[in-house]
Design a protein around this ligand. Sequence first.
Ligand SMILES: [Zn+2]
Length: 161
Amino acid sequence: MPDLLFRSDDSRYGLCLTEECIQRILELCSRSGGRETGGVLIGHYTESLDMAVVTTATEPPPDSKSGKNWFSRGVRGLNARLDEHWQHHQFYLGEWHLHPRDVPDPSPTDEARMGRIANLDAYECATPVLLIVGGDPEDEWLLGAYAFPAGEQRVHLRAWK
Ligand SMILES: [Zn+2]
């Protein structure tokens, strides 16, 4: 599987996922026992600042909670982890999570959470991205990618070849 690219129609926002990250995410999803799971996306922006390049997808922090169709990402250990990446010029870029056997579209809760992150100084990320894995992570999986510019409507990032 090559790296996957997603872009907004106006090319202002993009997301690049390395093969390693996708494999890692799918592996975590298939271990979730039919419940939602998720984590944080870490990486950097390209020089033109229009593409977030994800180099690390984390597992759910240990204080995360989830059910069949909800996920609350915990925070334990996350700051230390982000500080460590920071030293290697890799930053918080956004979130990923699984919608088991469902469509990879953001729920109203997802929207609200991402909006909050965009406006939170703690993350220093004005346009967080959200990657949703839908379908069956072990078979026919689907990816939905979205950017959430602070104070603006969410932007759909389409798969780009
Ligand atoms: Zn969701």
